[in-house]
Design a protein around this ligand. Structure first.
Ligand SMILES: O=C(O)CCC(=O)C(=O)O
Ligand SMILES: [Fe+2]
Length: 193
């Protein structure tokens, strides 16, 4: 039997490696001991039935994924949209046999904002049911999320977050009211200069 989580993890590790490389970090920076136990990694299958009033409803409201990396597959119906420049909704065209990769809020904090989590939503339509499946990667609970000094600049990009663990953030995510947009729970670790 295929271990789907294991296969997704393998893909995630390749992506993490590429991201680390692109940022000038050691290739294994993100997953070195950080993803060994993944207590909060999961799949979410979403089914959006046809909706008689699509202009008055959304399938999944405006949000960014609080985790680290999201690997998402959508069927051919389409409905996923990402917010560009804080003002324009862009549809993500479905491509067969492909994944959409989203940066999560935790990875944004981990890189001091060098990688940005994307605000997105899924809209519905009158005619067709839509299915999507998302794999949310999260580090080990006690993994410390701390931006490495190489990505910090004292003037142009000062440290934005105190180090925190994924368990601390997860607890806040579960106990803080969800609002539209990025996870407010992260503000708890924000350094206000
Ligand atoms: O259905 C989709 O395309 C998006 C799902 C999503 O954003 C989520 O589950 O967090
Ligand atoms: Fe999402």
């Amino acid at each position: 039997m295929i271990d789907y989580m294991k296969e997704m993890d393998k893909l995630g590790m390749v992506i993490f490696k590429m991201l680390a490389h692109g940022l000038g970090l050691e290739d294994d920076f993100f997953f070195r001991k950080k993803f060994e136990e993944k207590e909060a990694t999961y799949f979410r299958v979403s089914r959006y039935p046809p909706c008689p009033l699509p202009e008055k409803n959304v399938g999944i409201g405006i949000h960014s994924d609080p985790q680290t990396l999201t690997i998402l597959h959508q069927d051919q119906v389409g409905g996923l949209q990402v917010l560009k420049d804080d003002k324009q909704w862009i549809g993500v065209r479905p491509l067969p046999n492909s994944f959409v990769i989203n940066i999560g809020d935790t990875l944004e904090a981990w890189t001091n904002g060098r990688l940005k989590s994307v605000i997105h939503r899924a809209v519905v339509n009158k005619e067709k049911q839509r299915l999507s499946i998302a794999y949310f990667m999260s580090p080990t609970s006690n993994a410390i999320i701390e931006c490495p000094p190489q990505l910090i600049h004292p003037i142009y990009n000062p440290r934005k977050y105190v180090p925190f663990t994924w368990a601390q953030l997860r607890h806040l995510l579960l106990t803080t009211k969800r609002v539209r947009g990025k996870a407010v729970a992260l503000n708890k670790f924000f350094i206000s200069n």
